[in-house]
Design a protein around this ligand. Structure first.
Ligand SMILES: Nc1ncnc2c1ncn2[C@@H]1O[C@H](COP(=O)(O)OP(=O)(O)OP(=O)(O)O)[C@@H](O)[C@H]1O
Ligand SMILES: [Mg+2]
Length: 385
């Protein structure tokens, strides 16, 4: 949220001790800006930014050492990480704002506390103004059979959208009982979940306290850590959270359980696109056919559903003609089976799309991401039921 009451999480990359001390002193009197850390070596910046995900990055353009200030920004750009950057410089070395590199403000030394705070607030506001609202899209990853790859795809699709399309992505762990994303990423039980969000009025500041910032560059809203806690999350609370997420993120992806209940229906209703996963085996296709009936009963237009055939080409699979017959259409995408890459990456809690970008399965996820990043909003998306 913008305005002076906003809490800005700042990371400083500065190798001149006097400057960083001066900034620390300025911030001592500023409850609204939280200095996350001061790095004196540009080589640490990328990993650190991935880990702490600051709201604003302040970096000395005259950074000495192996990695210069501009090189840090180039690394961020290559990694698809978009953060508003304030460049510190001296009058003898004037700089210009450069949105392509994320530079939204220049702070020329010496600067006063007033200049400093104004610059931070302006950078933060710039960041807010780039934020989504009407352009945000909600993608619900569903499957009518357990184990078809929903969690794997939800996570990797999120990372692909964040990295290649420079979008702010939130993945909601919709497996409220079992917390599949929590399990996949091995997030400790003590890390807060959706349950820690207030139920009456939920704000972006509340969200900040609860989201898990994954090193892959996406944010996660975790499910509660225990099965019995799931029922404490009501559909009404979830609807409020979903509408907040839509204001904050370009893309909200929901990983769902293999169910059709009121909660899942509310996600369907909030969705722009439902990614319906299936596999070419009889029991799964039977369930996918039933789901197709449900989608049509809900009056969702066909373009709102994106069918993804997972583990395509597995020996013994049902032939494509019968897959089409069951779904009533051709799958939009087909992910090959790649146990070595996918299972291993999952077991390490990392996205396979980053482990091996060239693998066929990663390239297909990239195609899905590209299609969903540009997919037009279906007209009159909210269906009645
Ligand atoms: N394309 C693929 N190739 C190889 N293995 C895959 C592929 N997709 C998913 N898997 C593996 O299949 C298993 C199930 O995947 P995942 O947990 O994502 O499914 P799910 O639909 O979320 O399951 P659940 O119904 O329990 O929520 C995992 O071990 C995953 O690594
Ligand atoms: Mg799952």
């Amino acid at each position: 949220m913008s305005g002076p009451s906003a809490n800005v999480r700042l990371l400083l990359v500065e190798d001149v001790a006097q400057v960083s001390q001066y900034i620390r002193n300025l911030l001592n009197a500023q409850p609204h800006v939280q200095l996350l850390d001061v790095l004196s070596d540009g080589r640490q910046a990328l990993d650190h930014i991935r880990a702490v995900r600051p709201d604003v990055l302040m970096i000395d353009s005259l950074l000495q050492g192996r990695v210069s200030g501009i090189q840090v920004l180039e690394q961020l750009r290559a990694a698809g990480i978009g953060i508003p950057v304030i460049m510190i410089t001296v009058p003898q070395r004037p700089l210009k704002v450069d949105p392509a590199l994320g530079i939204v403000r220049i702070l020329s030394m010496p600067f006063s506390g007033f200049d400093f705070m104004n610059t931070i607030q302006a950078a933060r506001q710039e960041y807010d103004s780039l934020r989504p609202d009407s352009t945000s899209r909600t993608i619900v990853v569903h499957g009518a059979k357990g184990g078809v790859g929903k969690t794997t795809l939800a996570f990797n699709l999120g990372v692909a959208l964040a990295q290649a399309h420079r979008l702010r992505v939130m993945v909601v762990d919709g497996n409220l009982q079992f917390g599949d994303i929590r399990a996949l990423l091995r997030v400790p039980e003590s890390v807060p979940s959706i349950l820690q969000l207030p139920t009456d009025r939920v704000s972006e500041a509340d969200l900040e306290q609860v989201v898990w910032r994954d090193p892959s560059g996406i944010d996660i809203l975790l499910a509660p850590p225990r099965i019995e806690m799931a029922e404490m999350v009501t559909v009404r609370d979830m609807e409020k959270v979903m509408s907040l997420l839509r204001r904050v993120y370009h893309v909200v992806i929901v990983d769902t359980p293999t169910l059709v209940n009121d909660m899942v229906l509310s996600w369907f209703d909030a969705s722009d696109v439902i990614v319906e996963l299936t596999t070419a085996d009889w029991t799964t296709l039977h369930n996918s056919r039933l789901m197709a009936h449900t989608f049509s009963a809900l009056a969702y237009p066909p373009e709102r559903i994106c069918y993804v055939l997972n583990r395509a080409g597995t020996p013994g699979s049902i032939e494509p003609r019968l897959v089409v017959e069951q779904l009533g259409r051709r799958p939009d995408f087909a992910l090959p089976s790649d146990g070595r890459l996918v299972v291993e990456a999952n077991n390490q809690g990392v996205p396979f799309v980053l482990v091996d970008q060239r693998a066929a399965v990663s390239q297909e996820v990239a195609r899905i991401a590209a299609a969903l990043a540009t997919r037009p909003m279906p007209a009159g998306a909210v269906a009645t039921r």
